[in-house]
Ligand binder design. Sequence first.
Ligand code: B3K
Ligand code: ZN
Length: 893
Amino acid sequence: PTTISRLDYQPYPYLLPNVELEFDLDAAATKVSARLHFQRKPDAAADLPLVLDGSELELVSVAIDGQALRADQYELSGETLRLFPRSAAFVVEITSLCKPAENSSLMGLYVSGASLFTQCEAEGFRRITWFPDRPDVMSRYRVTLRADKSRYPLLLSNGNLLQSRDLDDGRHEAVWEDPHPKPCYLFALVAGGFACREQTIRTRSGREALLQVYSDPESRDKTEWALESLARAVRWDEQRFGLELDLDRFMVVAARDFNMGAMENKGLNIFNSAYVLADAESATDASFRAIEAVIGHEYFHNWTGNRVTCRDWFQLSLKEGLTVFRDQEFSADMLAADLPEAEARSARAVKRIDDVTTLRIAQFPEDAGPMAHPIRPESYQEIGNFYTATVYEKGAEVIRMQHTLLGEAGFRAGLEEYFRRHDGSAVTCDDFVAAMESVYARQHPGKNFEVFRRWYSQAGTPRVQVKMDYDQALGRCTITLSQHCEPAGIEKLQVPPAAKPPLHIPFALGLLGREGQALSLQHEGQARDTVLLDLTAASQSWSFDGIPERPVPSLLRNFSAPVIVEYPYSDAELTLLAGHDTDPFARWEAGQELAMRQLLALVAAIQAGQPPRVDPGFVQVWHALLDDKTLSPAYQARALTLPAEKILLERTSPMDPQAVAHARAELRGVLGAELGSSWLRIYQECADEPQEYHPDALQAGRRALQNLALSYLMAGAHPQAPKLALDQYYEAANMTDRMGGLSALVNFSDTPAATQALGHFYEQWQQDPLVVDRWFTLQATAPTTSVEAVRALMLHPAFTLRNPNRARSLIFQFCMNNLQGAHTPEGYQFWAEQVVALDRINPEIAARLARAFDNWARYVPANRDAIRQALETIQSHSPLSRNVSEIITKALK
Ligand code: B3K
Ligand code: ZN
């Protein structure tokens, strides 16, 4: 397998300003005729061959300037077609065939249901036609689509519809033109029968634009929220960043079969239906929020990704990190909208807590494992493997730090500068940082982003060690921050280890008095409750005067950098912070850290064969949080949720998944039992307010807290719990409550009533694929579910490996989110089998499953050895896709 390196980038020697494509669409064989207008760049050598990419294509004919080429006039080998043009400007005409119905990879042109869809990012366009399939070749597209009219009544592509007409023998034709030059990865077409929900909006400059959401006709009543979310996203990007929609028509189409969440094709976003379809009866609060986030994300790509795109795929975080940051801010603003100041602050903190939790569950382990890479990777074998939590979520944190350093107005100015410099081109992460730096240097004469840039080239999660000294006589508190970052991924194999220079870490700090009161800090000539320390060296100190008593530090407020903080808090100090910190994120964090200590102690006891014992002091902390009437329900739900199993797992060494699952269940049981009457009170208070369903922060928060209370009541075996859960399940008026009831039953009781409710659920919802996915997921993740049970579920008529959502709902959920069931020798062998089976169908999806046990080398010996065997089982299969092979090879290094 070839490894591609970032530093080997070479510009493409030709411009391709215009592309004309004609499609004769047919599921079995689609004929594609391309007319490509090339111009050699002035600085390119005249004898360079023209190199085009193509995959799984049948070449019918190729011509240059109207002259058909004989087979000896071009070179076709593997995925490369070489032509030898004789002039500086010429037209290449290629006709080829592709086979959508046989394409199970869901890259390129494929069939889903009765419709045809495309997915081109990153390298899917080469499965449609021979082309320079790289993001730095930008062209204007004119696309003619022809197909049978009754089978494919709607023919969509990017841009504007120029004309449509009926042809002979039941076929019809549509011609689309996209006025904006784009790389081929943003090309899209859709053909099929769809229902449309649409709305006209007026953009801020007064232009009218048509927003459309297309779905299966039977799902049309579930597209209202998506369309509203799209309209909100358009408005928000205008208001927050001054970015206006540049199209007359913006379309979103839902597909049942889709590898990722969605795709930002210019003017024609194609979505996994899970991120479009929702109504109160079938979707949970979390789904409504996720739809809003993904609709926003893809829409925001229209500027950050499409207007300015990536020079090469190493720059992926240029668009993804930035766009994730933008969707996070969008979601936070939507959650906080219309709330009074204090509630708005709490709602934003909840969003931050959820985003940081995602980072810790998905990205920290990646940074600590064999696939660790900087947000701008240095090399890859298969780019499809680098749509990672690091590129996306850590990438967003790196953008967020720039926002923190520049401030809101400075960041907006930096973004404006970025568009001034680069609109319409394909650029690098360095270009983005340089635009931001130009504003930063103006704000802070003498400072720059020289050290900050290292975030783009360094893998691994940095640790920041905090030391606090207090001088009573001087009333002076001195904070010393020291950073270091362990070797990550392949760096671990290097001897001697590569030097990892310090990073620029914006570190937000507050100090609390012993009564929990905020202390005012003098910093850079101002008095503040929170100061931002600029850590740019291995170790630095800051002193604060006028501090009347030895304070308790509140560290990394609002999670101001993606690092791990180390400070020797006493339990009493954490308890103070958990009850009083004025920074809601840091307050949550303190409670989580206390819970983490309990959990780690339980893990140790379980491993030593001792009876697990929970500290009554800790139960009191949870009790106080339960009784705190000042907290918003959504925040309270987060504060009372124990750290996720995967976060706990990362904190055990060696990692012991069975002990982790056992410890967390134990603590939940103790908290449920000892605080039973409080949980019941909370449950009843939350259940008390019937209203018309809306997924807003307040209502959703109340439901989250109610469902959390129910799960604790079940875990604590409260005598009333099973009846509450059953009643809630059968009487629910929305899916959030229904799932809350059902999951309480299924996760905490293996009773006939639970089995019956599961059966009832399937009966009720079997027509709705997204709800059937929930049904599989619930069973896949229930602690009592064994490998045998999963195999039985795979035989269910509704199961198929070919639909990614369905495969994820059962196989991925079991392997990745069922510690008890999956972390067994049978579990690991089952995983290996499924990776191999999926690889034959869909390599991109298979490679994601292949990463389930990335960190196997850090597990306790029995698990470690069993996973190694399973990895070797996978490796022994051939052929493996480039995708899976890269993952397995790196895991076994
Ligand atoms: N840009 C797409 C990524 C799809 C790539 C799949 N191979 C999704 C997104 O981040 O918006
Ligand atoms: Zn994206």
